[in-house]
Design a protein around this ligand. Structure first.
Ligand code: BDR
Ligand code: CA
Length: 305
């Protein structure tokens, strides 16, 4: 079992990724850390607790940073994708549980030091929490087992802008720190996540239980957004779930061993640029066995079959 810290900014695909992770016996979730991004950090924390409650799981949740490292928050740009509440406007209860009192960044540092070379970090929101952890305790670079990041559009167009993927666009300075840190990173970007679409009819098959209806309604909103943005696409991107899939089974993807720089100004703000001969190198995913991944995902989301 891999010890995992899962960093989320819980919108709709984060919620599916949480379901996938908690239903995966290969992963031992030490805790979920939250970030602003798709919604404000308090909302991301609430959403994370609510999704865990719907799934009937108790895993500690640690609230993280509320804004990017050096710039202002690009408030609200994800609401059309994830809804006003971040969960497709289906959230109709306040979660019973509360977040832990420890700051997410300190939790990350503490757990990595407690379990040297054993902790996998899966990060599927802006990279601010991770950058802050590296700034506060640079020595953790040597002690993280591996990091799987959903972010970037290295050889393909962006989604937040023609050049930038949303997680990197939200905090390019943090992304630059993390991607150039020397951490053992696998970057699961739009290069592969736009190849793993979830067809709408698969989601309709989830209906018939409280948790199934909750996920089907929520993902229905995401499908509507994808369809309006890309008529005829026939599905929604499984961005954050694919990062979980790669953490479970790296053989789902093929990657290039290259460096990645991040643009932090101008019209290409947030762009991830491949530097073929640069250092430090990271694994940039470029191919995915989409069918194998989708089959695996659907066996476990929203509940294990
Ligand atoms: C990423 O951006 C967010 O909106 C999603 O949750 C995902 O992490 C996709 O670009
Ligand atoms: Ca996310």
């Amino acid at each position: 079992m891999k010890k995992v810290i899962f960093d989320v900014d819980t919108g709709i695909d984060d919620a599916m990724a949480i379901a996938y992770a908690v239903n995966s016996p290969e992963l031992d979730l030490l805790g979920l850390t939250t970030s602003y991004g798709n919604v404000a950090v308090d909302e991301a924390t609430r959403n994370t607790l609510a999704v865990l409650e719907k799934l009937g799981r108790k895993i500690p949740v640690y609230a993280g940073t509320a804004k990017p490292l050096v710039r202002g928050n690009r408030e609200g740009f994800a609401k059309k994708v994830h809804g006003e509440d971040g969960l497709g406007n289906v959230l109709n209860f306040e979660p019973a549980a509360s977040a832990e009192t420890q700051f997410a960044v300190d939790f990350i540092i503490e757990k990595v030091k407690k379990h040297p070379n054993e902790v996998t970090i899966i990060a599927v929101g802006p990279l601010t929490n991770l950058a802050l952890a590296l700034q506060k305790a640079p020595e953790i670079v040597e002690h993280v087992s591996d990091v799987v990041i959903m972010g970037g559009a290295v050889f393909v167009p962006g989604n937040a802008t023609p050049h930038a993927e949303a997680n990197i666009f939200t905090d390019p300075e943090a992304a630059k720190i993390v991607l150039s840190s020397g951490l053992p990173i696998t970057l699961v970007g739009l290069d592969v996540t736009m190849q793993t679409l979830l067809p709408r009819e698969k989601v309709d098959a989830w209906r018939g239980s409280e948790v199934g209806d909750f996920f089907a309604d929520m993902v229905g909103f995401y499908h509507d957004f994808y369809e309006s943005a890309n008529p005829g696409i026939g599905g929604c991107g499984l961005h954050d779930p694919l990062a979980v899939g790669v953490a479970i089974d790296p053989s789902l993807v093929k990657a290039k061993d290259i460096a990645v720089d991040v643009t932090s100004e101008g019209k290409e703000d947030g762009r991830t640029i491949p530097i073929m001969e640069g250092n430090p190198k990271i694994q940039v995913c470029t191919e995915v066995d989409a069918q194998a991944f989708l089959d695996h995902f659907l066996k476990r989301v929203p509940t294990a079959q």
